[in-house]
Design a protein. Structure first.
Lengths: 336, 295
């Protein structure tokens, strides 16, 4: 226990010392131009900058993540035994994800594994669909809309996102429930005689998830396409390129970093979404985040929940990095 | 840029469908808030009523949750905007070789799923407060503010950074040459320049905090915010009172957006008038100058 306390305070200290050493080194070798950091900002403001960013980076971002990873490798123990002789590092929580409870007879923990792969797979599909839905509008906004039109479009786009996620998901429930307006229209037009169970078939969940993060796709796309010189499109058109050539060989390559950052955002947010699955998912719905939630608040097994959360995070990051690599993009390019 | 009539029609159709998808669900929900049946129903309209709004305001849990959400939102603004400002300033000053690492660390919360941020915040502060004897800090409000601050500070930083990159360093140098101290430069040159970005960062921070669910549901512990109360209500069953809440939120937002637009136009017009006046004064001076020189 005291070991981890030393770690908590020691790590930030080590990093601060490292930065000071780096600064001293740079000053001696003459790489840095101008004075030191405190000379440039003055003592009071320099301190504010270092403390604010230090607190943020370590106490709000890094240490909590490390604490979660650390906990995921520990057994579930009552508080009195924490730090005691039984508190050893273990892979038990990860084993559970793959093979399930030790008393179960099944070979694999199919329920959780299936939910995991379904979550990843559906998130990929939703990301691609959102890209297809948003691309034409983003292109129009960036290349041909007038300023006044653009303002109206932006306002209309942003408006639904001030309503919180739970209410947006609830709107789909009102829309798609068996007595909802869609089913009434379908039955009224004689297409079906029975109401279709959209929510039970998870149609509502997938629509709600796609809807939830549309904005995260359209803005990076818009920003990327906007920086393309209109003359390039014009020139290609004058030279007789058909419209799909213009998109495939001029706009898309130019907008690649924006497409990548939009897709990354939507994929990560969809895979980690909790509100839509809770509101729109039926009792038989398989989605990974509610399982993580239940590890904490139904099973009260925090280390296992931490392990599940870590599995989700790492798989998503690895997936995103692999895809970026395949498209020859670096992380630095997409965050710009 | 001459799309044919066919393409025009297709695009118009697409735009209509897109915005129908975007706004349709909310419009349908809004209608159900005024309809009389117990279950949110759009058609047939059996009678127009405002009962669901009074049911909403009579809901004690919802109102306590609302107060809690407003309070947390304000605290998040007070923490995230200064952190975002510091983060942006450091970004412009840090050595290039550590910049990408720094960027990765501080932008990572934007990409991390909200529930993971919530979980890690709770896990860390439970251990930390337990070991340092500061158990009173292990509190739903504190943890929610800290959890939300992780990614909302990053939003603020990105907004402020975008404006900071257009800052002309020679202004700062001029002030220093004229004998200003560093705190004076910060207070009288940098902050006024960043004011619009700070204001939009504050608005965005408040709204992101107010509507957040994924992080809050873990970090809030035994307390309740508006979104967590709402999630509980929605899971129990649908009532038109929930639709009524959405109507209230949309109405407040639209009124806010319109007020902002009017304010913006007025201040733009005022700025344009000032600029015109200055140009005229300059022209008059220039026209007068040769005469003065000749005389």
């Amino acid at each position: 226990m005291s070991g981890s306390l030393a770690f908590v305070f020691g790590l930030p200290l080590a990093v601060v010392v490292f930065f000071f050493a780096l600064a001293a080194y740079e000053r001696r070798t003459g790489v840095a131009n101008g004075g030191g950091f405190f000379q440039r900002n003055g003592l009071a403001i320099g301190l504010y900058l270092v403390l604010a960013v230090g607190f943020w980076a370590f106490f709000i971002i890094l240490l909590p993540q490390l604490a979660m990873v650390d906990m995921s490798f520990r057994p579930k123990l009552p508080p009195s035994q924490m730090g005691g002789p039984k508190d050893l590092y273990t892979l038990e929580n990860y084993r559970y994800f793959l093979f399930g409870s030790t008393t179960s007879t099944a070979e694999w923990n199919w329920l959780h594994i299936k939910a995991f792969f379904l979550t990843i797979g559906v998130s990929i599909i939703i990301t691609l669909i959102n890209f297809a839905i948003c691309y034409p509008l983003a292109f129009h906004m960036a290349q041909s809309a007038t300023a006044a039109r653009l303002r109206v479009l932006l306002l209309l786009l942003i408006l639904p996102y001030w309503v919180n996620e739970i209410l947006r998901a609830f709107a789909f429930r009102v829309l798609l429930s068996s007595g909802g307006i869609i089913n009434q229209m379908l039955m009224g037009s004689g297409l079906t005689s029975e109401p279709i169970d959209f929510l039970g078939a998870d149609v509502g969940l997938y629509m709600g998830l796609s809807y939830a993060y549309l904005l995260m796709m359209i803005f990076p796309l818009y920003n990327a396409i906007e920086s393309l010189d209109k003359n390039q499109v014009e020139a290609a058109r004058d030279l007789g390129a058909p419209w799909w050539h213009i998109h495939a060989f001029i706009v898309l390559p130019h907008a690649k970093p924006g497409i990548a950052s939009g897709c990354t955002l939507v994929f990560m947010l969809t895979a980690g979404a909790l509100a839509a699955p809770l509101v729109l998912g039926g009792p038989r719905t398989l989605w990974f985040t509610p399982i993580v939630y239940d590890r904490f608040y139904q099973a009260f097994n925090w280390p296992q929940g931490a392990a599940y959360a870590f599995i989700l995070l790492v798989s998503c990051i690895i997936f995103v990095l692999v895809v970026l690599k395949a498209f020859r993009l670096s992380l630095g390019e997409i965050t710009r | 840029m001459n799309p044919g009539p066919f393409q025009r029609v297709m695009f118009a159709l697409y735009t209509v469908v897109f915005f129908l998808y975007l706004l349709g669900p909310l419009a349908v929900m809004a209608v159900s808030a005024f309809n009389t049946p117990q279950y949110p129903q759009v058609w047939p309209i059996e009678g127009v009523t405002l009962d669901w709004f009074s049911a909403l305001f009579a809901d004690q849990d919802m109102m306590t949750g609302l107060k809690m959400s407003l309070w947390i939102g304000l605290l998040v603004v007070c923490i995230s905007v200064p952190i975002g400002l510091a983060g942006a300033i450091i970004m412009t000053q840090i050595q290039p070789r550590v910049r990408s690492l720094y960027y990765l660390v501080v932008v990572s919360p934007v990409l991390t799923p909200g529930i993971i941020i919530g979980i890690s915040t709770v896990v860390f502060w439970r251990q930390f407060t337990g070991q340092t004897g500061t158990r009173f800090l292990y509190d739903g409000v504190v943890l929610t503010v800290l959890g939300q601050a992780s990614f909302i500070s990053a939003y603020c930083m990105l907004i402020i950074l975008a404006r900071l990159q257009r800052f002309d360093r020679s202004q700062e140098e001029a002030a220093l040459d004229l004998g200003a101290s560093y705190p004076q430069v910060f207070r009288h040159i940098l902050l006024p320049f960043l004011k619009p970005a700070l204001a939009s960062a504050a608005v965005l921070a408040f709204l992101s905090s107010f509507e957040n669910y994924n992080t809050t549901t873990f970090a809030i512990l035994s307390d309740k915010t508006l979104t967590t109360v709402l999630a509980g209500r929605v899971r129990q069953g649908s009532t038109p009172a929930i639709s009524a809440l959405a109507v209230v939120i949309v109405a407040v937002t639209v009124i806010g957006a319109i007020a902002y637009e009017i304010y913006k136009r007025r201040s733009d017009a005022a700025a344009a008038a000032r600029q015109r006046a200055a140009l005229e004064a300059e022209e008059a001076e220039l026209a007068g100058a040769p005469a003065a020189a000749m005389g």
